[in-house]
Write a protein that binds this ligand. Structure first.
Ligand code: SF4
Length: 418
């Protein structure tokens, strides 16, 4: 966030506003903020924008950010024309050269950065990365860019593409409700202006689950919004959340079947599966603590993934490339790879019990999740004890090993999502 009282005008010319959420798979994209936070902000499982008020950004303000990106690009070009481009080069090296070349913008002192210097470095990071990936993708922040009036969003998209003709793909998050509220013509205009992908959190197709989770939408609106996006020619990635109905029961079955039904009606370009993590900062965590919400086990969520996929009857890309899934590396075109993906899930389920427990625990201890928790400074003694107990249970093959492992995984996931 840019400080309102930017003290150094030189530095402020090289800063853009960047929000908190970087989506998975958008590592090559320029992050451009067109609205701030989430206009809904009530979903029980989501802590991302809680405590922050939604805000529109003026078109002129966003254009200033686009101009700042151009200014940084020009500065990088001028710098490397002077010193010579050394060929294939890592973003960290370009950043370092820029920071050293322009101490008046980025400061030469790493330890006493002003908020402006810090934001200028953050912006530089964003722009350098994007340039090195060929300036092809842009991701519009924050939670629901479609909430912006269509004519204003179109003006931003046109200005963006006129300033950077290399841009091929523009992506954003959106709520189904807002998609449903837009007319087909408005969505078609947005597509024509360059909006190529919308990422929409469907989470569940079951009205009871949606209501409990305060998603603010029902299955009919999900279908209406999704179908309109697809009809307008915009690619749709639909996110769904196994585990959202809580511990296995009749509601879980409806959650799975209704989610598949809604997806079958929408036929999105991609289905992205993101198993539930009950995050410590979310309202859902309080309900779990009070005993009102019973958390699902990891194996239950794997079963749900299998059932959702089993019940899909259209072609799309399906993927589980989210760190909250135990099996987080499944991806394929459904018409070609459905059986293979289901076979992968089945082969996990038939592992001998101890091997399955080991796989599950290692998945969260060794595949990067725990590293992120440590990097965020959220690895505490309580978590350390739970992990040790889980390891001990596994080592001693104790009857409650599975419970201990589930408790450790739950605690790791509650710290955040990498
Ligand atoms: S709409 Fe999205 S960003 Fe907003 S509260 Fe719900 S899950 Fe979070």
């Amino acid at each position: 966030m840019i400080s309102k009282s930017c003290r150094n005008p030189d530095t402020c010319n090289y800063i853009i506003d960047i929000g908190p959420m970087g989506p998975i798979g958008e590592g090559e994209a320029l992050i451009l903020r067109v609205t701030r936070n989430c206009p809904w902000n009530k979903c029980l499982f989501c802590p991302t924008y809680k405590g922050n008020k939604f805000g529109h950004r003026d078109v002129e303000e966003i254009k200033r950010d686009i101009n700042a990106v151009k200014r940084i690009e020009n500065l990088i070009k001028a710098t490397f024309e002077k010193i010579g481009w050394p060929g294939i080069i890592k973003p960290e090296i370009v950043n370092m050269i820029m920071i050293r070349s322009y101490p008046e913008i980025y400061s030469k002192d790493d330890h006493n950065l002003t908020p402006e210097n810090y934001n200028a470095r953050l912006t530089l990071n964003n722009v350098v990365n994007w340039i090195l990936y060929g300036k092809k993708r842009v991701f519009l922040q924050d939670a629901n860019s479609l909430f912006m009036r269509p004519n204003k969003l179109i003006e931003v998209l046109e200005y963006l593409k006129a300033t950077f003709p290399t841009i091929e793909t523009v992506t954003s998050y959106a709520r189904s409700k807002t998609c449903a509220q837009r007319s087909l013509e408005e969505l078609e205009e947005l597509h024509k202006a360059g909006l190529s992908w919308l990422f929409v959190g469907i989470e569940s197709g079951c009205d009871e689950v949606l209501k409990y989770m305060k998603k603010g939408i029902n299955s009919r609106e999900h279908i209406e919004g999704g179908q309109k996006v697809m009809a307008a020619g915009i690619h749709l990635a639909a996110f769904v959340m196994p585990g959202l109905a809580g511990k296995n029961g009749e509601l879980t079955e409806r959650h799975v079947l209704e989610t598949s039904r809604v997806l079958n009606e929408i036929k999105p370009t991609e289905v992205r599966i993101r198993s539930l993590a009950v995050l410590r900062d979310s309202p859902l965590y309080l309900r779990w603590e009070s005993g009102e919400f019973e958390a699902p086990t990891e194996d239950q969520m794997i079963d749900e993934i299998g059932m959702i996929i089993e019940n899909l009857n259209f072609n799309c890309i399906i993927e589980t490339l989210q760190m909250t899934n135990v099996l987080f590396n499944l991806r394929g075109e459904l018409s070609v790879e459905k059986e293979k993906i289901l076979a992968n899930i089945a082969s996990y389920k038939v592992l001998p019990p101890l091997e399955r427990l080991r796989f599950k625990l290692n998945r969260y201890l060794s595949d990067g999740y725990l590293e992120f928790v440590k990097r965020w400074g959220k690895f505490d003694s309580q978590l350390s004890q739970l992990i040790e107990k889980a390891k001990e249970g596994l080592r001693e093959e104790s009857p409650d090993a599975e419970t201990k492992i589930e408790q450790a995984i739950f605690a790791i996931k509650s710290k955040g999502i990498p």
